[in-house]
Design a protein around this ligand. Structure first.
Ligand code: HEC
Ligand code: HEC
Ligand code: HEC
Ligand code: HEC
Ligand code: HEC
Ligand code: HEC
Length: 353
């Protein structure tokens, strides 16, 4: 009996021990469960890579525009170092985009790592990742800083956001009443890019004189939102990288007019060349005459072409200085608005007799 009991005891113990220590190998994994519900649709619903390929393909579209742009004054002018708060709004890409967003006339701070006007300045690149991104960053009508008129030149509203006069200080008097202007800045005038004001024929100092203030045919035909003004002449069919398209040039560095931009209205290229030469020569001669008058009166430094300041200018003297700078800085030497430029020059010369 004793033996049987201990045998059973050992058997139980062995069984117990084997249960504890001899766990068998793990079985195979069960079958994969059923798929879960489909997740919510992504934001665009399109494979983002396909979106990228709309532009980043081997069509060479970007490369072509890039190549033209590299030869433009925007890329080569070099003045994007003007990154202070009041200059960066036109001279740097980042400053312009900040201004368009805030509506302020200056940037909050000087722009770090400034860039010149480039694809991102003018197009809404990488906002939607679709063709929509070629849309222009600024297409609203522009209320001019100097003069306060609202101008709508269609796609060229982008251009004239920057190519407009700066506010002149102190203000010019009303040409009808005159008055003295104490000028303290040698750079008195509309600054370097008043083309967007010249084309519509605005804000010159319209002193009374022999010549009526009328505009060239270009004003009525081109300074509107259907013809897109600047775009027609400055972005005509690209002539490789010398003019047209994204070079923004009308006349190549070699002096050839991009006649493709003008052919719609000036069908004979040779005639157009003669016309441009003749009209530009006429404006240059009048500018030289007005300069002599300003220099003779001790108002303008003949060498630096800057105003002699500080001094009190009579109203028509300040106006004549302003007109001189306006037409000179417009840089088209009369092509933009020949009749208006000519009238401002002739009447200013007459006012200084
Ligand atoms: C509307 C056309 C367009 C679409 C769509 C587009 N891009 Fe671009 N992308 C551009 C342009 C224009 C540039 C500037 C070209 C340059 O500076 O070389 C650019 C530049 C870039 C650059 C260089 C950035 C830099 O500053 O050096 C990268 C990277 C890029 N894109 C990636 C993408 C990706 C990824 C997608 C899709 C998710 C995409 N792009 C969709 C037009 C587009
Ligand atoms: C309203 C926009 C605007 C603002 C603000 C502005 N500029 Fe300009 N600036 C232009 C444009 C447009 C041109 C190019 C005009 C052209 O080539 O016909 C230019 C050209 C220049 C040039 C080159 C002139 C030349 O003869 O080559 C200098 C220098 C310059 N700006 C300095 C400044 C400084 C300094 C400030 C700030 C105090 C400033 N600009 C603010 C629009 C602006
Ligand atoms: C100073 C402003 C400006 C800059 C800088 C600029 N563009 Fe443009 N771009 C325009 C304007 C304005 C148009 C419209 C021209 C027209 O309608 O004839 C345009 C048109 C285009 C088009 C045709 C769009 C369409 O709807 O088919 C493409 C593509 C383009 N630009 C690419 C570029 C690229 C790439 C760059 C940079 C290398 C660039 N642009 C830089 C102003 C600019
Ligand atoms: C963000 C402001 C800005 C916009 C937008 C802009 N420009 Fe300019 N543009 C300038 C400045 C500033 C310069 C002078 C660049 C420099 O010298 O560094 C310039 C230079 C130029 C030049 C060369 C001038 C020269 O003396 O060689 C031409 C032509 C021109 N712009 C035409 C246009 C046209 C056309 C548009 C519209 C499609 C346009 N710009 C849009 C600011 C702008
Ligand atoms: C009728 C065609 C025409 C229109 C419209 C036009 N331009 Fe011009 N622009 C010219 C010609 C031609 C020149 C002279 C180029 C030269 O002599 O090198 C010129 C010169 C310029 C210059 C100086 C370029 C340089 O190389 O010195 C700038 C900047 C300019 N235009 C900007 C504009 C802007 C901004 C607009 C729109 C408000 C505009 N233009 C509208 C034809 C035009
Ligand atoms: C939408 C039509 C149109 C376009 C585009 C156009 N012009 Fe004109 N242009 C005219 C008309 C109309 C006249 C007035 C002709 C006359 O009085 O005999 C004129 C006159 C001129 C004059 C003489 C001065 C003046 O204003 O009376 C010049 C210079 C000139 N154009 C140059 C150009 C150049 C350069 C281009 C192209 C870059 C161009 N035009 C594009 C319609 C146009």
């Amino acid at each position: 009996m004793k033996l049987q009991t201990s045998f059973l005891g050992i058997l139980c113990l062995a069984l117990f021990m084997s249960l504890l220590s001899c766990k068998g190998d793990e079985g195979l994994a069960g079958p994969i469960g059923p798929a879960g519900p489909i997740g919510p649709q992504g934001e665009t619903g399109v494979n983002p890579a396909e979106n990228c390929l709309q532009c980043h393909s081997n069509s060479q579209l970007i490369t072509a525009k890039m190549f033209q742009w590299e030869h433009s004054g925007h890329a080569t002018g070099g003045h994007y170092d003007r990154n202070a708060t009041s200059c960066a709004i036109c001279h740097t890409s980042q400053g312009f985009l900040e201004r368009i967003a805030t509506g302020a006339a200056t940037t909050a701070e000087a722009i770090k790592d400034p860039l010149p006007q480039n694809c991102y300045t003018c197009h809404k690149i990488h906002q939607q990742y679709s063709q929509e991104d070629w849309a222009l960053t600024q297409s609203e009508p522009v209320t001019l800083w100097e003069g306060g008129q609202t101008v709508d030149l269609g796609k060229a509203n982008l251009c004239i956001s920057c190519h407009q006069s700066r506010v002149v200080s102190p203000a010019l008097p009303d040409p009808a009443t005159g008055g003295t202007v104490n000028i303290t800045s040698s750079r008195y005038g509309p600054h370097h890019g008043p083309q967007g004001v010249m084309l519509p024929g605005l804000n010159g100092y319209e002193v009374a004189g022999p010549e009526p203030y009328v505009n060239s045919a270009h004003t009525a035909l081109l300074a509107n939102n259907t013809k897109n003004a600047c775009i027609v002449c400055h972005m005509g069919t690209a002539q490789a990288t010398s003019s047209g398209g994204h070079t923004f040039r009308v006349i190549s560095e070699e002096g050839n007019i991009n006649t493709a931009a003008c052919v719609e209205c000036h069908p004979v290229a040779a005639d157009l060349n003669t016309l441009v030469d003749a009209k530009q020569a006429e404006i240059e001669a009048l500018l030289a005459q007005l300069k002599t008058k300003l220099v003779d009166r001790g108002l303008l430094n003949a060498t630096s072409d800057l105003a002699i300041v500080p001094q009190d200018f009579e109203g028509h003297e300040a106006g004549a200085l302003y007109n001189y700078k306006f037409i000179q800085e417009d840089n088209s030497r009369g092509v933009h608005n020949f009749k208006y430029a000519k009238a401002l020059l002739l009447n200013s010369i007459a006012a200084l007799q």
